[in-house]
Design a protein around this ligand. Structure first.
Ligand code: KDG
Ligand code: MG
Length: 396
């Protein structure tokens, strides 16, 4: 079998998605997700101009070889744009391999380790009461785990509580750690009384705290038994986790900004985190995520792959095939897509009673309707930036 065509489809059913479709001389094709929120066309151009030409006529069965050929052959390796481009190709190749074998991808990855995968979704609100109402609604719908975020008084547009794409210029969010650190423990104190103790709660600090602030937050949240605290400090400051981990028993999660296993390795081997949560679309695809899962397994660390709405259902399916086939799966994030997404993408993780199920369709079990995709044309959208009260820039 030979790769005969590589298409890049950019579409906007409610938000932008980039899909790679690899066609072969045997009529089998595969699809992969190459969406990098706010940088979609940079990835599309990388694939079209640089990667598609060099994989033409290669045998799509040789996924590891093609991965290495792209990664090492470029010499200028890594980074979010390049690794997202590589991820899109990698997923499409796994999809082809599955379709050719007549087997779902999880089967090719070693087969099922479980029958269902625990998942969590997002709830937020402008007030504690609104967070509680939204949480109870999700619990009613069957969720057993929730990520909770709340608007912080005085900080307009707090992360996780407002839409995060802006059309003209990036939306500016205000940030100050003082009111944040005062509010979040109170939120959990409040939720403890309102939400069933069996529900797993998660909170995402989105890489904004200093080590001391992170330790203070972890200290104050310790009594609430969170499933994990996510992304406390900046991804560049991996050593910072040594100080946090030594002083808290709150499970820690990190990884959505990582682009390779080498970003993750020190946190894993020094056991500074409890959950690794890389993004399959930004880390080079299933091939790299599987290696990271194995590294994590070696050190008794679980997975919680990134699953926001800004990666397409194809990536969510890739997550799910990994979730089912690795022994050290922890939990899967599942954010809700804009409703138009179902008009363009068929196949997505199926939710039932707090868990995700997987079909045994060959390949990834997801497809794109190219005609429908064309009807939703790309619109430039930016992620927000965060600004401190004095106007200086903070990590968003
Ligand atoms: O594009 C940025 C989002 O993917 C990110 O903000 C979502 O932090 C996130 C999460 O945990 O889902
Ligand atoms: Mg996050």
């Amino acid at each position: 079998m030979k790769i005969k065509n590589v298409k890049v489809i950019v579409t906007n059913p409610g938000r932008n998605y980039v899909t790679v479709k690899i066609e072969t001389d045997e009529g089998i094709y595969g699809v992969g997700d190459a969406t990098l929120n706010g940088r979609e066309l940079a990835v599309a151009k990388t694939i079209e101009e640089y990667l598609a030409p060099i994989i033409m006529d290669k045998n799509p069965d040789n996924i590891e070889h093609i991965w290495q050929y792209i990664y090492r052959g470029a010499y200028w390796r890594g980074g979010p744009v390049f690794m997202t481009a590589l991820a899109g190709i990698d997923m499409a190749l796994w999809d082809i391999k599955g379709k050719k074998a007549g087997l779902p991808v999880y089967s090719l990855l070693g087969g099922k380790c479980r029958n269902k995968a625990l998942c969590y979704t997002h709830v937020s609100g402008q007030s504690f009461e609104e967070v509680k109402d939204n949480a109870l609604e999700k619990i009613e719908a069957g969720y057993k785990a929730l990520r909770v975020q709340v608007s912080i008084p005085g900080l307009d547009g707090t992360y996780g509580t407002v839409a995060d794409d802006a059309k003209e210029l990036p939306f500016v969010e205000k940030w100050d750690s003082k009111p944040y650190l005062k509010t979040i423990p109170k939120l959990f104190e409040y939720l403890k009384k309102e939400v069933d103790d069996d529900i797993h709660l998660i909170h995402d600090s989105h890489e904004r705290l200093t080590v001391s602030e992170a330790k203070k937050l972890a200290d104050e949240l310790e009594k609430f038994n969170l499933l994990f605290l996510e992304d406390l400090i900046k991804p560049e400051n991996k050593d910072g986790f040594k100080f946090i981990k030594n002083s808290t028993s709150v499970p820690l999660a990190m990884g959505e900004l990582f682009n390779s296993r080498w970003d993750a390795i020190s946190l894993i081997k020094e056991q500074l985190i409890d959950y690794i949560r890389c993004d399959v679309s930004h880390i080079g695809g299933i091939t790299e995520a599987k290696k990271i899962a194995h590294l994590a397994e070696t050190f008794h660390i679980k997975t919680a792959w990134h699953g926001p709405a800004d990666i397409s259902p194809i990536a969510h399916m890739a997550n799910l095939h990994l979730d089912f086939s690795i022994p050290n799966f922890g939990i899967q994030e599942l954010a809700e897509f804009p409703k138009e997404v179902a008009e363009v993408f068929s196949g997505r993780p199926e939710f039932k009673d707090g868990y995700l199920k997987i079909s045994d369709k060959p390949g990834l079990g997801c497809d794109i309707d190219e005609e429908m995709a064309e009807k939703f044309s790309y619109e430039k959208a930016y992620l927000p930036v965060a600004e401190r009260l004095d106007g200086s820039v903070h990590d968003w």
